[in-house]
Design a binder for this molecule. Sequence first.
Ligand SMILES: [Zn+2]
Length: 250
Amino acid sequence: MNRRHALKALAGLALCPICAPVGFAAEGAHWSYEGATGPSHWGDVDAASKVCTIGSQQSPVDIQGSIKSLLPPLQFAWRTKPDMIVNNGHTIQVNADPGNTLTVGKDKYDLVQFHFHHPSEHLIGGKSFPMEVHFVHRNLAGALAVVGVLMTAGKPNATFSKIAAAMPASEGKPVKMVAAVDSNGLLPARRSYYQYAGSLTTPPCTEVVNWLLLREPVQVARADIDAFAKLFPMNARPAQKDNRRFILSS
Ligand SMILES: [Zn+2]
C-alpha cells in the first residue's frame, strides 16, 4: 500500500462515517470524475460498487417535475460549529461533531459531515448550478438523509468564505480551521424542498439515501467558487435515470 492509498484508507475510516454502515469502496480502490476511472466505470471499482452501474435508484437526478405533497418541515438543530476540514482527494469536507440533529417528521438524524460539488450534481429542469453542498445525516439505524443546497454566485457567504480560505490545497488528513464555521450559514432562508429515494453519488453508490434538496439556492462569492474550482474543476456525477421514481415537493 503506497502512501497515497494509506492516506485514503485512513481517510475512509476516519472521515467517511457514512460508509461504515453501508460498506465502502475497497481500500485503495481508485475512482475519479473522468476517463478510465470516471463515473461510467464506477461499477467496476470493486464488488460493492456494482450498484453504481446496475442500480435503479441512483443519484443525482435532473428534477423535471415534482408532486406537491404534505411533507414534514425540516427541523435543523445544528448547535456546534465544526472546525475540522479535509481534502480527501474527491472533495473538501467539513466534519461535524455529534449532537447536531435534523428532524423530519418522526425521523431524527445526526449531522456527520458536509462537502461540496462543482458544478452541482442535481439539476432542476435541466439547469445546473455552479456548486452544491451535501449535508450528510445518519440515524441510529444507519439510514442516511442528505440535505442538498444549490449554490449560485452572488452576495458573499461568510461560512463559505471561511471554508474557502481554509481549504487544504492537496489531499491529506483533516486539519483544524483557524476559526470554526456556522453550518447554518449555508442554509437558505426558505426551507421548502424536493424529496426522493436515491443513492450516494460516489462509489459505492449505495441506495440508502433519503434525498432532501432545498428548492432555494444560497448565494456565495464568485471568488470563493473559483477558489474551489481551482482545486476541483469537476467533481459532480452526471444525472442518473430517474426510473419513474416519484419526486415530491413541499
Ligand atoms: Zn456529495
